[in-house]
Every structure is written in structure tokens, then in C-alpha cells.
Design a protein. Structure first.
Length: 425
């Protein structure tokens, strides 16, 4: 008897490329039929067969409060009855911009868009417009969405598929994208020396979370700040994952390093399609209609999406100790996993920063794209499959992160730790 998910997947593959609307959802890296999800609540998701899972994907980051938070749902319902979209300025967009600028250090001006990809694409255009330069430095293994210029040695689904660069991207679109080595400031300095006066920006995930999780080495982010200051280039923190996750002020606050522009997505939408980019006023004033850098969007600042984002961000701002509790809970969780890995036979590398973490199946310390790539993805596949059978839903790829939320209960984390122990010891 074919399962509901299998039947749906067969139907989906007849009319959607790979049967999914985003590649990593296809479970290709783990060679299984993807679970078709019907609903979610708190730290649980449920599939078409009615099976229940403890969810460590959280829609790839947005669900930091857990799924279907009552206050977020109520805000969406309240907004929706007044109409879904007007294509005109609204109060909620002002409140959202003021809220983010009030929380994030150095955020002087911000523009809403509809995805992280759009946020990054627009931030890069702003940096190029501001500096009058064309070249951009990114890091191998970092993923900044699927705009042409960023599909060079990208992480996430691109790394999962093993296609370091995408077909369909003309050489001209990536000719100005230079690639450095994560956690290697000298590789950045060399690119600046080889391209004097030509580099508009350096874009970095302040915590690499799309090649598995790779923390910034001590001094790495600070060195990027210094290099950009020395060369008059824009430092862009891609905080689509880390924003409002590591701390209220994201990675800038967590690591104490200021970027000139930051990009956001995921958490700021509360589960609805929202992205944003912003930072220094001198740069953002280049954006149309104020300046000559064009960027637009029919559904940007959509009232229902803003309602969801405002609700989630307001809770995060008002819930005293939310971040200290989440980071403490995460440290305990990953600490317990670390003890198991020390006891277990085999080679592992456990990386985690706050509520982001990843077990690599390699004896190499994972500090960049190459060392992440040394992980045994067959062993990961077996581990993933076992955990899924135990009712624990991990990201279906070695090159993604575990996302913890405020909704993960101690009991569910203990159940997960026990499952990992059973599997490895
Ligand atoms: P979106 O366009 O998917 O909203 O955001 C792109 C993006 C930009 N920057 C960073 C640091 C990101 O992690 C992402 C997207 N993250 C992946 C998960 N690793 C999205 C999952 C997917 O592609 O389905």
C-alpha cells in the first residue's frame, strides 16, 4: 500500500520539478520519500500519515517561537479580514521598520522585500551603487539565496546537490563574484590586493549555517570589518538565519562586530514570506525612490506578512530572558550530544552556536567548506533515517543546521538525546 506521502510525491513530480518547490525538501540527499506535512504546533509537525515528529527544521529557521504560536496566528487572522494586499503604504510597515531599527545596532534605515534571496540581491546592488564598484567577495560554502551572482561555491541545497555552481548562470553574472575561504582572513586580503579599488562589498554569513554549522573563528569577523574599513568596502552580514536568533540584535550583538548592511528573512516574517535589508543611512539613501539604485516589489511589506512578523518580533522583544533561556537550553542540548560523541566509536565533529548546531560525520575539525565536505554523507543518511523512524525530524542534508526554538521542551530534547545515544552507542 503506497503511503499518502509517496502518492503525493508521485503526483508532485509530474508537475513540479523534483516534486518540490525548494530542492532541499526533496530528501534527495538522504534518498527517501519526503514527508508531506499537514500541520504543526509548538515543536511538533505531523505528516499525511498522521505521524508526529519533534521538528528541528522549524521551516529552516522562522519558527523560533515554535509553530502556530497563538499570538502570531491571531495577528494574521486580524490583518487578513481587512484585506490581503493593497500595493500601498501601510501603518504596519512603519511599525516594522521602527521595531527593527530600534532593536538592531546600527540599523538606520531598512527596506522590506519578500525573501532572503531578494534581500541579499538588493543589498549587493545597494553596495555597488554606493561604492561605484562592481566586485563582491563571498565565502565558499556560504549560501545567500539563489540570485545569479551568489550561485558560486554556494552552500545549502547547492552543496547538497553537489553542484558547486548552477547551470543557467551566464559567466558575466558571476565574473565579479570572488570567492574566499571562510575563517581565512588572508584569503580575503589576497583578493583585495589582486583587485585594488574594485571591491564593493564582502558578504558573509556571520555563522556559516549552510555548510552545516561553522562558527566564525576568533577574530575572523573583526578582520573582515578592518579590511572593509581599510579599503572603503561595504561589509554585509547575511543574517537571514542569525538575525533575531543569536540575540535580539543578531550576530552583530552576539559577536560585537558591526556590519554596514544586514540582510534578514525567516524569523522577521514569523513564517510568512518576508525579507529585508538595511543598515547605514548613507548607503540606504541610494535606494529608489530616494536614490538611483532601483529595487521594488509588489508584495513587499505585505500587511498580513507584516502582522505576522510584528507579532513574532514583539514577543521576542518583550519576552524577558527569551534568548538567555534559548541559548542555555541549546548549550545543554549540544553539550549532552558532545558527551555521547566522545563516548561513541567513529569520527564526529560537533559545531554549534547558540540555537544552531550540526553533527558532522568526520574526524576533521569543520571550519570551512572543504572540511565540511569531508563529512561522510552516507553515515549522515543512515543517522537521518534512524532519527526519522524515531519521530525526530532533522534537516534532510548534512549541509544544513539543527534549529532549536523556544517551544522545544526539555522532555523532547531528552528524548532526542536518548535517540542519538541509542543510535551511536
Ligand atoms: P530565501 O530566499 O530562501 O528566503 O533565503 C535565502 C537565504 C539567504 N541567506 C541565508 C544565510 C540563508 O540561509 C538563506 C536560505 N536558507 C535555506 C536553508 N539553509 C533555505 C531553505 C531552502 O532553500 O529551502
Amino acid at each position: 500500500m503506497m503511503s499518502e506521502s509517496q502518492e503525493l510525491f508521485d503526483r508532485a513530480r509530474r508537475c513540479i520539478p523534483g516534486g518540490v518547490n525548494s530542492p532541499v525538501r526533496a530528501f534527495g540527499n538522504v534518498g527517501m520519500t519526503p514527508r508531506f506535512i499537514t500541520r504543526a504546533k509548538g515543536d511538533r509537525i505531523y505528516d499525511e500519515e498522521g505521524r508526529e515528529y519533534i521538528d528541528f527544521v522549524g521551516s529552516w529557521g522562522p519558527m523560533i517561537l515554535g509553530h502556530a504560536h497563538p499570538a502570531v496566528l491571531e495577528a494574521v487572522e486580524k490583518a487578513a479580514v481587512d484585506g490581503l494586499s493593497f500595493g500601498a503604504a501601510t501603518r504596519r510597515e512603519v511599525e516594522m521598520a521602527e521595531l527593527i531599527c530600534g532593536i538592531v545596532p546600527g540599523m538606520e534605515m531598512i527596506r522590506m522585500v519578500n525573501s532572503g534571496t531578494e534581500a541579499v540581491m538588493s543589498a549587493i546592488r545597494a553596495a555597488r551603487g554606493f561604492t561605484g564598484r562592481d566586485k563582491i567577495i563571498k565565502f565558499a560554502g556560504c549560501y545567500h539565496g539563489h540570485s545569479d551572482a551568489m550561485l558560486v561555491k554556494a552552500g545549502s541545497g547547492v552543496m547538497t546537490q553537489g553542484i558547486p555552481d548552477s547551470a543557467g548562470v551566464p559567466a558575466g553574472c558571476t565574473a565579479d563574484t570572488l570567492t574566499a575561504v571562510y575563517n581565512d582572513p588572508d584569503s580575503v586580503r589576497e583578493l583585495f590586493e589582486a583587485n585594488p579599488g574594485q571591491i564593493a562589498a564582502v558578504i558573509v554569513e556571520p555563522v556559516g549555517a549552510n555548510m552545516g554549522v561553522v562558527p566564525p573563528a576568533k577574530g575572523f569577523l573583526e578582520s573582515l570589518r578592518a579590511i572593509c574599513d581599510e579599503h572603503g568596502s561595504v561589509l554585509i552580514f547575511d543574517e537571514v538565519i542569525t538575525g533575531f536568533r543569536l540575540a535580539p540584535g543578531g550576530a552583530q550583538e552576539y559577536f560585537g562586530v558591526s556590519a554596514d548592511l544586514c540582510t534578514y528573512g525567516k524569523i522577521i516574517g514569523g513564517g510568512m514570506p518576508v525579507g529585508a535589508y538595511g543598515g547605514k543611512k548613507a548607503i540606504m539613501e541610494k535606494i529608489a525612490p530616494l536614490g538611483s539604485v532601483y529595487q521594488a516589489g509588489t508584495l513587499s511589506g505585505n500587511p498580513v506578512a507584516m502582522a505576522a512578523g510584528l507579532a513574532q518580533l514583539s514577543i521576542l522583544r518583550e519576552k524577558k530572558d527569551f534568548y538567555s533561556d534559548l541559548n542555555r537550553k541549546s548549550d545543554r542540548f549540544f553539550g549532552e550530544i558532545g558527551k555521547i560523541l566522545e563516548e561513541a566509536d567513529g569520527d564526529f565533529c560537533l559545531n554549534h552556536v547558540g540555537s544552531l548546531g550540526c553533527i558532522f560525520f568526520t574526524g576533521t575539525e569543520v571550519t570551512n567548506y572543504t572540511s565540511a565536505g569531508s563529512s561522510d554523507t552516507n553515515r549522515f543518511r543512515e543517522y537521518f533515517s534512524y532519527m526519522l523512524e524515531q519521530g525526530i525530524y532533522l534537516a534532510p542534508s548534512q549541509f544544513e543546521a539543527i534549529f532549536l526554538s523556544g517551544a522545544h521542551t526539555g522532555e523532547d530534547l531528552d528524548r532526542t538525546i536518548s535517540a542519538i545515544r541509542r543510535y551511536l552507542i
